[in-house]
Design a protein around this ligand. Structure first.
Ligand code: SF4
Length: 261
């Protein structure tokens, strides 16, 4: 059997702009393909397999060079090694997308090797809807940021799958938080349902409410991006969630405010 391969979109060094580890420096590996179609998606270029991958040559210099897909495991290890300079720069490696769990067979071989090579923690950003694939890669993950898709905001509804993913992370003793993106269309009922489901599984799970960004570009030409919630909505939702869960935080995307990709 040959070396496993993956479809990648880009590899680069950046500051994490979302969730409770906002501001930490990560090597981002962005995988191609997603099987969801969230209304607020700002990574729609990742929905289909990418013909090529953009690889930053030196951490943070944005000196990208384009290479064809698919990418072998050995090639990706070499690119990550190139980013891992100087070695103290990064706090972790972020697996993002697209949906990284669509590459679970590749990850089960890649993750033990990249952990051994870099000694960096592995952080997975996932839609939280693929419990079978999560189970395959969970042993090598250190932290998981999993979405809980609110149907009124995303157009996607995967509550049972989200619950399965959260249960697995908690049972494995992993660091995990749930992120729910809210737009002006978000309903109280969706927020309450998500919070009650989480409370029934692991009530101490941090719940990150992420208001849709006012800086988002249109996903399709001539189509406005989803409207951000009003300040009053955000405060009301925070109060609502705090009646059910003790750890609720409102954290907007920070990377867009500093013009970072
Ligand atoms: S899961 Fe993520 S990448 Fe996929 S459509 Fe939703 S927001 Fe976009």
């Amino acid at each position: 059997m040959g070396s496993p391969q993956a479809n990648l979109v880009e590899i680069f060094s950046a500051l994490q702009g979302e969730g409770p580890i906002v501001g930490t420096r990560q090597i981002f590996i962005r995988f191609g393909r997603c099987d969801l179609r969230c209304h607020f998606c700002d990574s729609d270029r990742t929905w289909q397999p990418s013909p090529s991958v953009q690889v930053e040559q030196h951490a943070g210099l944005r000196d990208f060079v384009e290479f064809p897909n698919p990418v072998s495991l050995e090639q990706l290890l070499a690119w990550v090694d190139g980013q891992h300079q100087p070695p103290h720069l990064h706090d972790s490696i972020s697996l993002t997308g697209g949906e990284p769990l669509l590459h679970a067979p590749f990850l089960t071989e890649f993750l033990p090797q990249v952990k051994a090579a870099t000694n960096l923690p592995i952080y997975l950003e996932t839609g939280g809807h693929r419990p079978a694939q999560l189970a395959q890669v969970l042993p090598w993950l250190d932290a998981i940021g999993m979405d809980w898709k609110l149907p009124s905001a995303s157009g996607e509804d995967h509550g049972p799958q989200h619950g399965d993913c959260l249960r697995q992370c908690v049972a494995a003793g992993k660091t995990v938080f749930v992120k729910a993106i809210a737009t002006r269309d978000t309903t109280d009922a969706d927020l309450e349902n998500s919070a009650r489901s989480i409370a029934a599984i692991a009530p101490d799970t941090p719940y990150i409410l992420q208001p849709a960004s006012p800086l988002s570009a249109p996903i399709k030409p001539n189509q406005a991006p989803p409207e951000p919630p009003t300040p009053d909505q955000v405060l009301h939702w925070h109060s609502l969630l705090k009646q059910i869960l003790p750890q609720v935080r409102v954290i907007p995307q920070s990377h867009k405010y500093i013009g970072q990709l």
